[in-house]
Design a protein around this ligand. Structure first.
Ligand SMILES: [Zn+2]
Length: 221
């Protein structure tokens, strides 16, 4: 086991270099392993692959948004998924995530209208879960993606980003799920704010973004 994560302390400010596709980050922060209403999704990703690093500003944005969710989504436990390498740069499974400004978030699940958390424990295997075009799990159709909660989280991220001098540059979600997402009450608010969701994706990227949403942030100039 790598000792980086055990002895890592976050201090100072990070510097992003280059883009999400070809970049790096200096003095990256390590995401929290867990907080009041959230935790990191995978021991392997966090402690062995060193993939929970991100820009200090985004670290603060994420924490602040989860704080908001303590009151806007009080019964939900959120899962942060992969961020970036210790110094950014290339990662397994991801084409982007290189400059500390791109992060994956797990879409919460519901079953019979209640928060359903069995899949939270899958770790890296979570990326392999599949859902149909209405957000029903392929193996367990009674388990559905919770788009309303996801939208509330995005609203909180948008607020926190603006306070930090950033904006949501883009969100990636499987395109077949967009209509279900935007038809929820909070999804409509996300749309009204003009937050950009990629309208088209390459087939492989589209296929994998059905259990999580990817968000890239951008500093407001
Ligand atoms: Zn991603």
């Amino acid at each position: 086991m790598s000792t980086h994560e055990i002895f890592k302390t976050n201090s100072g400010e990070s510097v992003s270099i280059g883009s999400v596709r070809n970049g790096s980050v200096q003095n990256a922060y390590l995401a929290d392993w867990k907080g009041v209403n959230y935790s990191y999704f995978s021991f392997t990703s966090y402690f062995l692959a060193d993939n929970a690093y991100l820009h200090s500003d985004i670290y603060h944005v994420i924490k602040k948004a989860y704080k908001t969710c303590e009151s806007t989504c009080p019964d939900i436990h959120f899962k942060l998924m992969e961020c970036g390498n210790t110094e950014g740069g290339k990662m397994y499974f991801h084409r982007t995530h290189q400059n500390g400004l791109g992060v994956d978030f797990m879409i919460p699940n519901t079953r019979n209208g209640e928060s359903f958390r069995w899949f939270d424990q899958l770790g890296m295997l979570h990326y392999l879960l599949e859902y149909d075009e209405h957000g029903r799990n392929n193996l367990f159709p009674s388990v559905e993606l919770d788009f309303e909660t996801m939208a509330k989280h995005i609203l909180a991220l948008d607020d926190a980003a603006q306070e930090q001098g950033y904006r949501i540059y883009k969100v990636i979600l499987k395109v077949e799920l967009l209509d279900d997402f935007f038809s929820t009450p909070s999804g409509q608010k996300v749309r009204e704010r003009g937050i950009y969701f990629m309208p088209r994706l390459y087939p492989l990227a589209n296929k994998v973004h059905d259990d999580h949403y990817h968000i890239d942030f951008e500093k407001i100039k």
